[in-house]
Design a binder for this molecule. Structure first.
Ligand code: F6R
Length: 235
């Protein structure tokens, strides 16, 4: 595991965009695993800027996102599909049909979980998976639990995650209580993992990197992955 500490969020975003950009340059048809949230916004802005300057070409890139809320259609502004379109896909030359997220409105969510797991697997897994981390150590929507979920599955969101995510909704009651997420097993199949975290995540990052490997701290499983880079912004 490589742990890079940066001065601030901007420097974190610059380095993360550099790593993702290098992946796209070296493997133009790569599969990028992507995340939503506050942490990757600056990274996506830099990728957009580099694409607009003609430095990056996304025309052959495929993407798989970690997760999606249940019950929010893709055109709802709080959905992760909307987030991805708005922050990245609409501003780079990626083909929309090559961008994949779980369908949180599928009529049969169990079937949707199986479909998404198979899709990730058919794409050969993510070549590079970008992750954020929750204050409780969650990755994707894999909350602290008794075991590490292997595959794409539905989750009941914890109180703390609902509270944390409510900042992006008009009212806390509007935050969906369920989501569909890649499992820890799905995430661990990625060739390389890049986790980015702001200063408020310092303690949980330390615990994930140096502490016991336990599903109580889902990100601690990353200690078992062969190629993980963590970028932690100091301020
Ligand atoms: C988002 C995701 C979550 C976030 C995490 C950190 O797709 O899977 O695990 O990465 O909650 O969120 P931020 O970056 O908003 O602190």
């Amino acid at each position: 595991m490589r742990l890079i500490e940066t001065r601030d969020y901007d420097e974190m975003s610059m380095i993360a965009a550099g790593i993702i950009g290098a992946q796209v340059l070296l493997q133009p048809d790569c599969v990028l695993g992507l995340a939503t949230g506050t942490s990757p916004i600056g990274t996506y802005q830099r990728l957009v800027a580099d694409c607009k300057k003609g430095l990056l070409d996304f025309s052959r890139v495929r993407t798989v996102n970690l997760d999606e809320y249940c019950g929010l259609p893709g055109d709802s502004k709080e959905s992760y599909r909307y987030f991805m379109d708005h922050n990245l896909f609409d501003h780079v030359n990626i083909k929309k049909e090559n961008t994949f997220l779980p369908n949180g409105c599928a009529p049969d969510m169990e079937a949707e979980c199986r479909r998404y797991e198979e899709l990730v697997s058919e794409l050969g897994g993510a070549d590079l998976q970008l992750l954020g981390i929750g204050r409780n150590g969650h990755i994707g929507f894999n909350e602290p639990a008794d075991d590490f979920p292997a595959q794409v599955h539905q989750v009941e969101l914890t109180e703390s995650t609902i509270r944390a995510n409510s900042r992006l909704f008009d009212r806390i009651e509007d935050v969906p209580t369920r989501a569909v997420t890649m499992g820890i097993g799905t995430i661990m199949k990625a060739g390389r993992i890049l986790l980015i975290a702001g200063p408020e995540k310092k303690e949980i990052v330390q615990e994930a990197v140096y502490g016991k490997i336990t599903p109580e701290v889902p990100a601690s499983v990353l200690q078992l992955h062969k190629d993980v880079t963590i970028i932690l912004a100091k301020s």
